[in-house]
Design a protein around this ligand. Structure first.
Ligand SMILES: Nc1ncnc2c1ncn2[C@@H]1O[C@H](COP(=O)(O)OP(=O)(O)OP(=O)(O)O)[C@@H](O)[C@H]1O
Ligand SMILES: [Mg+2]
Ligand SMILES: [Zn+2]
Length: 505
């Protein structure tokens, strides 16, 4: 008596179909799982047998062989409990086998037969969509997550008894309805740029950064508002598309970091790892399962490295590849996994170890040697990779009191959204989206500058000792500034502003 049920496993954020095959043969009781199960799958045996018994189904006193195919992909986690239990019931003839052909199952079983939520439902739902005409049976709590993917029918189930009744057409279960995609207007913690007083130069710099997808470094004394400003960056980025929301949420789903009441991240992620974070924590790692790191958890959002010089040098080195490629490849002997990592990097630091070197009122107690050593902790190549460097001065008391110049996040976001549209048209035929991602060929095509801009750039390079990499970055920032001004041509004033953002070297 053989029965087959479909489920899925994960490789990175991708889900792959897995066939669960159960064979019952007469004889004394014996239970074996084959097909590379990890420990969680082995443990599932006890849960499955208890859940069957406690739901009123006699566990078959027979030799039970569970085969998970294909054998060469690693199956992780407890989400195979439900498909295995369903296959055992089908092999016993308790549910009709022909009903199972177009269904995918995932769910962890509690000993009493309840079905508990599992990780990674969103990815499986995306996979099910590709297969067309299939239905996904998910734990009740994951129903909304599965149904987010348009075109997928998700049947939310609470316990094993209900699943059996549904498969025997004794009970109807309404498909889950998709959770509505929250919009950028809904920042529940009410972060808004209107709270940031004064600092016109910094507010402008962050607008340019968000407009072109440029990385940014802020340098300023304690309390000057660096963290406050960084935290508000996601509120001025354009509303994300459903596809972006799904892709970023899949990464969080794999890491088990999606809030249980929301299948999609409510907004673009903002990640701020502590400087003691390990390299694996930053870029991803581990064995079984391989988990995404901070660079992937901030996909389509912001990665904020506060107190940049406190990070270990190796941490900054491992960031380089994901920064350049927009993805991370983690290789193990048995497999290699790719996670997306398209994020905006924002870094903050004090100008010196005590923090007050640039503060007009408080006195800096550091020696020139200490200051030098502190700054040298950030390697030249890392500084080079920051498109925009901005000095954040201490805020003056009068400025904190006045509302002049403050704008809401919504007003700033409107301008940025407009420049993103310009860039979408510009890059429609290429694989990139933002000015910051332009390569040499695209820079040549889109960043042409006139004679006076050229002269200005040349003298700035000499004066500031800029590298060739810094030069191309300045051109890209100038392109974004021109976009914000609605100009097709980069003018001298745009280049001049871009040069200002390279002051720290
Ligand atoms: N421009 C500003 N407008 C309004 N409030 C501000 C501004 N700058 C700072 N503040 C206030 O000062 C507090 C401290 O700012 P914040 O923590 O962002 O400083 P920081 O530059 O990150 O300092 P540190 O170097 O110590 O991390 C903020 O929570 C806010 O209340
Ligand atoms: Mg801070
Ligand atoms: Zn100091």
């Amino acid at each position: 008596m053989i029965a087959r049920v479909y489920s899925a496993s994960h490789l990175g954020i991708e889900a792959l179909p897995v066939e669960v095959e159960v064979d019952l043969t007469p004889g004394t009781f014996y239970y074996v799982t084959v097909g590379l199960p990890d420990t969680a799958v082995k443990e599932s045996q006890n849960r499955i047998l208890s859940a069957l018994k406690n739901s009123g189904f006699e566990a078959p006193i027979k030799k039970i062989t569970v085969n998970l195919a294909p054998a060469d992909i690693i199956k992780e986690g407890s989400s195979f409990d439900l498909p295995i239990a369903v296959a055992i019931l089908a092999a016993q003839g308790i549910i009709p086998k022909e009903k199972l052909k177009n269904l995918f199952f995932m769910g962890e079983l509690a000993l009493d037969g309840r079905i508990k939520p599992v990780k990674g439902v969103l990815s499986v739902s995306v996979m099910v969509r590709k297969m067309k005409g299939k239905t996904l049976v998910t734990p009740l709590a994951n129903g909304g997550e599965a149904a987010v993917v348009e075109g997928v029918t998700a049947i939310p189930v609470a316990n094993l008894t209900e699943v059996v009744e549904w498969l025997n057409s004794e009970k109807e279960i309404a498909p889950a309805s998709a959770e509505k995609l929250p919009t950028a207007e809904t920042f529940p913690d009410e972060l808004d740029f209107i709270d940031v007083k004064g600092q016109p130069h910094v507010r402008r710099a962050i607008e340019v950064a968000a407009a072109g997808g440029h990385n940014m470094l802020m340098v300023g004394p304690p309390g000057s508002g660096k963290s406050m400003i960084a935290r508000r960056l996601p509120t001025i980025m354009p509303e994300w598309t459903l596809e972006e929301a799904i892709e970023s949420s899949r990464v969080h789903s794999i890491a088990g970091l999606l809030p249980s009441d929301s299948p999609l991240l409510p907004r673009r992620p903002f990640r701020s790892p502590h400087h003691t974070v390990s390299d694996a924590g930053l870029v991803g790692g581990g064995h079984s399962p391989i988990l995404p790191g901070e660079v992937s958890l901030s996909h389509y959002g912001v990665l904020f490295l506060d107190e940049l010089p406190e990070f270990r040098r190796s941490a900054l080195e491992v960031l380089r590849q994901p920064l350049e490629d927009g993805k991370v490849v983690i290789s193990r002997a048995s497999m290699s996994v790719t996670f997306p990592s398209n994020f905006m990097l924002v870094c903050a630091m004090n100008p010196c170890p005590c923090g007050y070197e640039t503060d007009p009122i408080r006195e800096c107690k550091c020696t020139p040697h200490q200051i030098n050593r502190y700054r040298q902790k950030i390697s030249g190549p890392m500084l080079d990779r920051m498109d925009i460097h901005v000095e954040v001065p201490a805020v003056k008391y009068q400025e904190l009191k006045s509302d002049s110049g403050s704008e809401t996040s919504a007003a700033i976001r409107e301008r940025i959204t407009k420049t993103h549209k310009t860039q979408n048209i510009r890059f429609a035929k290429s694989s990139i989206f933002r000015n910051a991602e332009m390569g040499a060929k695209q820079i040549k095509k889109h960043c042409e500058i006139g004679g006076s801009s050229e002269k200005l750039l040349k003298s700035a390079m000499e004066r500031l000792g800029l590298s060739a990499r810094a030069y191309t970055r300045t051109l890209k920032v100038a392109r974004t500034i021109a976009d914000l001004a609605g100009c097709e041509k980069i003018k001298t004033e745009h280049t001049a502003e871009a040069v200002q953002y390279r002051a720290i070297n």
